[in-house]
Design a protein around this ligand. Structure first.
Ligand SMILES: [Mg+2]
Length: 238
């Protein structure tokens, strides 16, 4: 069950529109609007399908995509499957595929996500998709994935902001993005993130907004999320 506070986002959008200002709603993509489980699972299946990996494939035959968690290598390590050489090989195999146009098409929207973002847009918000996916290999797949999962895109009042390069750090990029969000001179009503550090940063930057922390997966050693963040597993209003 999602958060009862989601409905409040829509009323806030209505209020900001009525006051003659532009409401802005900020959405992270990976593990916020989309679950990356299917992308990870497809890469793992491809790895296991290579010649000579039949034994490994049998060992992992029962693994479901929901069990993969933050990354595939840790998933294998925690199960005591494989060794360092294999995990390193899998890491290289994964890196060459995970951050590409073709593989983001495996991602699926979180429950209720497309309907909720569409409602925010219909109520009058500017939809600001903000993602650590990079320009130069992920932009076209990202747009295709947004459209195929039913998110608003080609209809005005939708921004897609990707990281300018693969090498730039995610946190530094999101810091810079705050300046871009402010440049619309609207009012940020809500932000949605799965990384507690980013959600904390949004809370500090836009203290009057509602800040949601999606309780999907987050990076290892993440800083603790501020108690004011609204925790929700999905986008189904409770
Ligand atoms: Mg994310």
């Amino acid at each position: 069950m999602g958060s009862p506070r989601l409905a409040e986002v829509l009323s806030r959008i209505d209020r900001v529109c009525a006051s003659g200002r532009l409401p802005v709603a900020v959405f992270d993509l990976d593990s916020t609007l989309f679950t990356t489980g299917p992308r990870n699972f497809a890469i793992l299946q491809e790895f296991l399908g290579e010649p000579g990996r039949e034994g490994l494939a049998r060992e992992l035959a029962q693994l479901r995509q929901e069990e993969i968690g933050w990354n595939i290598q840790d998933c294998l390590r925690q199960r005591g499957v494989g060794d360092r050489a294999l995990w390193d090989e899998l890491r290289r195999f994964w890196t060459a595929r995970f951050f590409t146009d073709a593989y983001v098409l495996h991602d699926r929207a979180l429950p209720g996500a497309a309907a909720f973002v569409t409602a925010c847009h219909t109520h009058g918000a500017l939809i600001y998709y903000l993602t650590g996916r990079h320009v130069g290999g992920m932009e076209l797949g990202t747009v295709a994935a947004l459209r195929s999962e039913g998110f608003p895109f080609w209809r005005g009042r939708c921004v897609l902001h990707l990281k300018p390069s693969f090498e730039m750090g995610d946190a530094a990029f999101k810091d810079d993005a705050v300046a871009d969000i402010r440049s619309y001179r609207g009012e940020v009503v809500a932000t949605f993130e799965n990384e507690p550090g980013n959600a904390n940063m949004f809370l500090r930057s836009f203290p009057a907004a509602l800040h949601f922390l999606l309780t999907t997966v987050h990076s290892p050693n993440a800083e603790p999320g501020d108690p004011q963040l609204i925790r929700s597993p999905d986008f189904i209003a409770g």
